[in-house]
Design a protein around this ligand. Structure first.
Ligand SMILES: *Cc1c(COP(=O)(O)O)cnc(C)c1O
Length: 350
């Protein structure tokens, strides 16, 4: 007999990427931004004094909602703050899914979705991506209450055009909510924000972890029509974002210049890294995210992953069908990427 609910007892929990100790490591395994957050973020954190900490924070994170609304061209009523994008996913699953209300998503994708579904004990419909990772047809017919599309997708880095997701939203209207997980959209050529204006069933997920260098802070948010935001508010914890995080995220989203410069640097390094990897014989698809998915031509990806780890260079390896011959590599600084490429050259020579 277990004290836990059957679905929790049977669950293998989500396994986060390895977080190695030490500053001498090259850490390219969990898609963090290699650069520091804006100096204005550090200043905002410093200015969050004892009085702010003594009191409860703003229940809805109103400072951030106002800032995000201005920067994105929406109303604060369209924004919901969360303790990281993952917190938003939990809120959304709890809001729309149960034993009789399924979750559907294309695969391969973010491996947290099925874990949250099992906790919620809802049916899961996994629909395989098309050959070039185009959106599969089956999603609209999956009879799910919630459909999640990660765009750009993880761990493939591929991108579905906003128009196509708009068509999917229209087909789902009245039946299901479409959550578009835009955790990596800061590195992409376009985004789906405008769909919120025309579709009352679209939720855009954003994260401050990747594009804004704030993975350690824990801040994400939703953009959706007011009726969806109001409903999600009933489900979230009363104080789900803390005072320090609200101050930091507000400063980060307002510093548009710093953000743009940072993103452009990483995109340039992405192009260079892809070229260097191709030079080593890897097959690398175009990526619209801050990571690349590289298939090793001759050697085993698992073996290369292990040998890189021996050299304290960490990338991500998924022992899963369709992914077990590939490495997912976060785009780092030029120096980090050069170290990775040099190590790979050495490993593959042997
Ligand atoms: C990183 C990530 C998130 C959200 O991460 P947080 O750190 O919780 O903001 C959501 N979806 C995907 C696919 C991600 O990679």
């Amino acid at each position: 007999m277990s004290y836990f609910r059957d679905n929790i007892e049977a669950l293998s929990g989500y396994v986060p990427g390895f977080q190695p100790d030490g500053s001498d490591v090259v850490k390219l395994n969990t898609n963090e931004n290699p650069y520091a957050p804006s100096p204005k973020v550090i200043e905002a954190i410093r200015n969050t004094g004892g009085e702010k900490l003594r009191r409860y924070p703003q229940p809805l994170g109103d400072d951030f909602r106002r800032a995000a609304a201005e920067v994105l061209g929406f109303s604060p009523d369209n924004i919901l703050c969360a303790n990281g994008g993952d917190d938003l996913l939990t809120i959304v699953l709890r809001s729309f899914c149960d034993e009789g209300r399924a979750l559907a998503y294309p695969v391969p994708t973010y491996s947290l979705y099925p874990v949250l579904a099992r906790i919620q004990n809802c049916p899961v419909v996994e629909v395989a991506f098309g050959s070039d990772f185009d959106l599969p047809d089956g999603l609209a017919d999956a009879d799910a209450s919630l459909v999640i599309v990660c765009n750009p997708n993880a761990p493939t880095g591929t991108f579905v055009e906003p128009d196509e997701l708009g068509e999917l939203a229209a087909r789902l209207k009245g039946r299901s909510v479409l959550l578009i997980d835009e955790a990596y959209v800061d590195y992409a050529k376009a985004n789906c924000l405008e769909l919120v204006r025309d579709h009352d069933n679209v939720i855009i997920l954003r994260s401050m972890s990747k594009g804004y260098s704030l993975a350690g802070m824990r801040f994400g948010y939703a953009v959706a029509c007011r009726s969806l935001i109001d409903g999600l508010m009933k489900v979230k914890d009363s104080y789900n974002v803390d005072a320090v995080a609200i101050a930091a995220a507000t400063a980060a989203i307002r510093d548009v210049d710093y953000f743009r410069t940072n993103i452009e640097k990483i995109k340039a390094q992405r192009t260079e890294l892809i070229e260097a990897m191709k030079g080593l014989g890897f097959v690398v698809a175009v990526s619209e995210a801050n990571f690349i998915l590289a298939r090793s031509g001759e050697c085993s990806a698992e073996e290369v992953h292990a040998q890189l780890a021996d050299r304290r260079i960490y990338v991500r390896y998924f022992k899963l069908p369709g992914l077990d011959d590939k490495l997912r590599i976060t785009v780092g600084t030029k120096e980090q990427n050069d170290k990775l490429v040099a190590a790979l050259r050495d490993i593959m020579r042997r």
